[in-house]
Design a protein around this ligand. Structure first.
Ligand code: SF4
Length: 375
């Protein structure tokens, strides 16, 4: 494990301001170094949808040599939330006396037969919040109603979601609950790399997830699957530096964990944030949309917080979700296909009329390809 120093990056010197991380000259310098380094084809997966959007927005994939193929990973929380859970959320939101709160993207994700907008149109009280603590406030202000927060996301959103439960307990709120659908990155990497269909030779790990969790969970994965993992940021220079670091490892036959985002990420991560996650959540198996069940890939509320579990509080009966037969998002999230391989892309499925979650979410790969070009 090591940190990547600026002097290792094709002569690039230290950067100080955000504008430097978007400097076209610096980015082209690193890409020239990638061209000088690469000799064979490699498939590199960026884990995070934020990285996918930066890659498409700045045309980074178009600038890379043909030997380097980028595929897009499952790091989009809206995209991987199971349809079953979305249908459950819709069923809870439709109940009288419920104020259902969620981040904005989730409102547009289609369930099997409806979305949150249709619940709202039918008189349901569905609200967008920017933080789960806003949902706790709504619960304080509306003691006669049940307030539910849709707690989705990766390791990045888990600490504030856990804090909301701690705060609701401290306030003695009995009308606040969370519908938890947290997912974790390392088990998804295991699932991708152990698949017989795997094409991924190296990973760009998501910098913001590692800012919370550190990268101490990654060395066993790199070693087990002989796959380099590079902790990578989100600006264009961050991304090409991550790619260069991964390509160097691949060309050298190394499989290490390197940190190309040391201005934000440490090996240990944010221990207080990890502590609050441990206090409130416990690992569980989790079903990922398009991928299926991944053992120990999620978090659920600990038994001592069961009183804040919306799944315990609301009986919504048996849910039988029905996936769109045309959507290939699952294969896209595993790096096996690209959005333009989908026959519905840009025709039947657009951001205004999405068929799948990867077109809805601001971090979805289909949305990135639609907004920034279809190549
Ligand atoms: S274009 Fe639409 S239907 Fe096709 S994979 Fe993407 S989200 Fe699914």
């Amino acid at each position: 494990m090591s940190e990547v120093r600026p002097s290792q990056l094709g002569g690039i010197t230290a950067t100080k301001y955000i504008s430097e991380y978007r400097d076209a000259g610096l980015v082209k310098g690193v890409i020239a170094e990638i061209r000088r380094t690469v000799t064979r084809p490699w498939v590199i997966m960026e884990i995070c949808g934020g990285q996918t959007h930066a890659i498409k927005r700045y045309g980074i994939d178009q600038l890379l040599p043909p030997e380097v193929e980028l595929v897009h990973g499952p790091g989009c929380p809206v995209c991987v939330t199971s349809l079953e859970l979305i249908d459950k959320a819709l069923a809870i939101a439709a109940q009288p006396g419920v104020i259902f709160t969620s981040y904005g993207d989730m409102l547009r994700v289609p369930g099997s037969s409806r979305d949150m907008f249709s619940i709202r149109a039918a008189g349901g009280d569905v609200r967008v919040v920017y933080s789960p603590l806003d949902a706790v406030k709504i619960a304080q202000q509306n003691p006669d109603q049940q307030v539910v927060f849709f707690a989705i996301g990766f390791e990045t959103t888990a600490p504030p979601n856990a804090m909301s439960v701690v705060q609701a307990q401290a306030l003695g709120l009995s009308n606040y609950s969370t519908l938890v659908s947290h997912v974790r990155v390392p088990p998804a990497m295991h699932a991708i790399l152990s698949s017989p269909e795997n094409r991924v030779n190296g990973f760009l790990a998501a910098g913001h997830v590692c800012a919370v969790m550190g990268y101490w969970e990654y060395p066993p994965i790199a070693e087990k699957y002989h796959t380099p993992i590079v902790v990578t940021g989100f600006e264009p220079l961050d991304i090409v530096q991550g790619i260069l670091t991964a390509v160097r490892q691949l060309e050298d036959g190394r499989c290490e964990v390197e940190n190309a985002y040391p201005r934000i990420v440490t090996f240990e991560g944010n221990r207080p944030a990890q502590d609050v996650i441990d206090r409130v959540f416990v690992e569980c198996d989790r079903k990922w949309r398009g991928i299926g069940m991944i053992p120990a890939s999620g978090w659920r509320l600990r038994p001592e917080y069961a009183g804040f579990d919306a799944e315990e509080r609301f009986s919504v009966g048996e849910i039988q979700p029905e996936e769109s037969p045309t959507c290939i998002a699952g294969m896209i999230l595993r790096g096996m296909k690209k959005p333009h391989d989908c026959p519905a892309f840009g025709t039947l499925c657009t951001p205004d009329h999405p068929h799948g979650a990867t077109m809805v979410s601001s971090e979805g790969a289909c949305s990135a390809y639609y907004h920034y070009g279809k190549a």
